[in-house]
Design a protein around this ligand. Structure first.
Ligand SMILES: Cc1cc2nc3c(=O)[nH]c(=O)nc-3n(C[C@H](O)[C@H](O)[C@H](O)COP(=O)(O)OP(=O)(O)OC[C@H]3O[C@@H](n4cnc5c(N)ncnc54)[C@H](O)[C@@H]3O)c2cc1C
Length: 249
């Protein structure tokens, strides 16, 4: 049962995403039919930098919904069940997760929190427990098999698997949902594991669609101040109160 590292790959994204978002925005303000300008958007006859500029400016005004037309699909492995539970709380997304009912957990990989990894005593205790869990899972599965549960034995034996159990998941989110996800999960308040995942997804989005994602990240990056209560502020940006008092100076 080895430790599994995080891996995030972009499986697919909406083709011609910038042109599509531009077209959706333009349809809101244009008397004609946007399909008529579509070939010129694809060919670059309408300059791509001009498309990106237009999109950025309208986004600044808070008109966000046209970016919902473009989406990204990621394949993720090397995250814990604790992390995947946090991810699937984001409802404006689609998920397909490896099943513990159907996939045998006898040789389960696990995620080792860095804080535990760097303390030898904690790491040894953690790894001993993972070994014990693996033994319990295999024992239960074979006892259940012997009692005729057969194919169903995995779905009962899995009840002993820990939150550290490694999982794989395919995630699809549109650009608006992604910006919201990055606001919350790139923040230093988010837990280290989901933050690492969010940062990896953000890097892929930035490379693919910089017009939307170049300045994306935790909420403070766009606000210029920290919207969290002072108790949770990391200090990278002034808190809302500090920002307000600076404005009054
Ligand atoms: C630092 C941190 C700590 C957290 N701690 C806890 C915790 O202790 N316990 C806990 O249970 N959760 C916790 N969460 C999870 C959090 O409450 C959200 O469930 C999670 O971040 C998903 O956010 P969301 O609902 O905004 O996203 P999505 O589900 O993707 O929704 C996006 C947006 O759509 C709108 N929306 C979606 N569904 C509805 C709806 N039904 N009604 C109205 N508007 C809707 C909202 O504007 C929402 O922000 C924590 C999250 C963070 C970042």
């Amino acid at each position: 049962m080895p430790v599994k590292p995080l891996k995030v790959e972009l499986l697919a994204s909406t083709p011609d995403a910038l042109a599509l978002i531009y077209a959706a925005f333009r349809q809101c303000y244009h008397a004609g039919f946007v399909a008529d300008m579509w070939p010129r958007l694809l060919s670059g006859e309408v300059d791509r930098e001009a498309q990106a500029d237009f999109v950025r400016k309208v986004l600044e005004s808070g008109h966000d919904s046209p970016i919902e037309h473009a989406s990204f699909t990621f394949a993720v492995e090397g995250i814990s069940r604790a992390c995947s539970h946090q991810i699937v709380r984001h409802r404006l997304a689609s998920y397909s997760q490896q099943s513990q009912r159907y996939v045998d957990g006898s040789d389960m990989d696990f995620i080792l929190p860095p804080a535990i990894a760097k303390i030898p005593e904690a790491r040894a205790r953690f790894e001993a427990f993972m070994d014990e869990v693996g033994n319990a899972y295999r024992d239960l599965k074979s006892i259940l098999d012997a009692h005729g549960r057969k194919e169903k034995s995995k779905e009962d034996a899995r009840f002993v698997l820990p939150q550290a159990a490694e999982t794989k998941i395919v995630i699809t989110m549109n650009c608006r949902a992604l910006l919201h996800f990055f606001h919350l999960r790139c923040c230093l308040r988010a837990q280290w594991e989901i933050r690492a995942l969010a940062e990896a997804m953000l890097a892929l989005c930035k490379a693919e669609l910089p017009a939307i994602f170049a300045t994306a990240g935790a909420k403070c990056e766009s606000l210029g101040f920290c919207p969290e209560s002072p108790r949770f502020a990391c200090g990278k940006y002034p808190t809302r109160a500090e920002q307000n008092s600076k404005a009054l100076d």
